[in-house]
Design a protein. Structure first.
Length: 163
């Protein structure tokens, strides 16, 4: 290659280095757009679609009436399973309520059809576990105590107390 060709290549190399440095300098001093997760947790919207839960009444008793609307509207077969019976006063008693969170696509359909605003989503997104079985959440895992349910309702513009 001729000396002129070599000079052109060195020049264009220097121009590219200069452009790279200019890009770095233009970001210098800017606020970072990333977080040092998990030390710093993101500030998520109250509408974030995270782990499902069952709100309870203010006294921590079941709010769910076992209508199964959530199970019927869920696009994933048998993902929500509910067994219930009625007591001597015809009040619904939930015997079993499970959600296979490992198959959930977090569409939120179930939360929209619930007639009593019971099944809802939390901002919890750290859902990994060691087995598929561990991802099947039962009523004990899903139920949010009364105080936490009241707090959820306040944060989402619903009536605070449910009796
Ligand atoms: S969020 Fe969607 S996929 Fe998950 S349980 Fe509810 S309806 Fe089913
Ligand atoms: S739609 Fe609501 S009330 Fe009906 S079974 Fe599901 S969680 Fe319970």
């Amino acid at each position: 290659m001729s000396p002129v060709g070599n000079e052109n290549r060195v020049l264009s190399g220097l121009v590219e280095i200069g452009r790279g440095l200019a890009t770095v300098m233009s970001h210098f001093g800017r606020e970072p757009v990333t977080l040092e997760y998990p030390e710093v947790m993101p500030d998520l919207s109250t509408r974030f679609h995270g782990r499902l839960c069952l709100l309870t009444k203010s006294d921590s008793t079941d709010l769910c009436i076992g209508c199964k609307a959530c199970a019927r509207v869920c696009p994933c077969d048998d993902l929500i399973q509910i067994e219930m019976h009625r007591d001597e006063n015809k009040k619904p008693v939930i015997d079993r309520f499970t959600i296979d969170i490992g198959r959930c696509i977090f569409c939120g359909n179930c939360t929209e059809v619930c007639p009593v605003d019971c099944i809802k989503m939390l901002s919890d997104f750290e859902l990994a576990d060691y087995s598929r079985e561990a991802l099947v959440l039962d009523k004990f895992d899903l139920n949010l105590p009364g105080e936490a349910s009241d707090q959820w309702r306040v944060e989402h513009g619903l009536e605070k107390t449910v009796k």
